[in-house]
Design a protein. Structure first.
Length: 167
């Protein structure tokens, strides 16, 4: 077996070496920001001692290695260019970030929702659809990306109006 040492006990049974949870947690955090729930789930795969993991997470939070706010900001920064506030809120929930912090992040996103939806529409389509089914396809695309319906109704018909004004 490459890369992983296996110890053999006196009775001949193979044992995995003890895992240094702190080193693993810091290695995970060095790759990207994690929420407390995400990091706990990853560490639970390595050890079933829930109290040791909770204690370690408390220590990492105290030492500022682990931060829910940084994790939420990272998710919002990376995903907001391509997703609407509803989808970003869903990703925050899926990663264990809820409550006031998630609400604050989503509230901040809603201020730029129309501009982000228009920029995404522009990158994807560039020009208004020629017929009703094409407009519906463009609207569905924005809807699956998590943009609110009122924003979508403002982006797609507005693009059609701008195109007819240019002609």
């Amino acid at each position: 077996m490459f890369g992983r040492r296996v110890r053999v006990a006196k009775d001949g049974a193979e044992q995995a070496p003890p895992v240094n949870l702190r080193a693993k947690a810091i290695a995970y955090l060095a790759r990207r920001e994690h929420s407390r729930a995400e990091l706990a789930a990853k560490l639970m795969r390595l050890s079933s001692d829930r109290t040791a993991i909770d204690t370690l997470l408390d220590v990492l939070t105290t030492e500022n290695f682990l931060s829910e706010r940084r994790a939420a900001q990272s998710i919002v920064r990376v995903r907001s260019a391509r997703l609407g506030s509803m989808r970003v809120a869903g990703e925050l929930r899926a990663r264990g970030i809820t409550g006031e912090l998630a609400a604050e992040m989503v509230r901040d996103l809603k201020g730029t929702e129309a501009e982000r939806a228009h920029a995404l529409w522009e990158r994807k389509f560039g020009e208004p659809a020629a017929d009703l089914s094409g407009r519906a396809r463009q609207m569905r695309f924005l809807q699956t990306r998590g943009f609110a319906l009122d924003v979508i109704r403002g982006v797609v018909p507005a693009a059609l109006r701008r195109a007819t004004e240019r002609d």
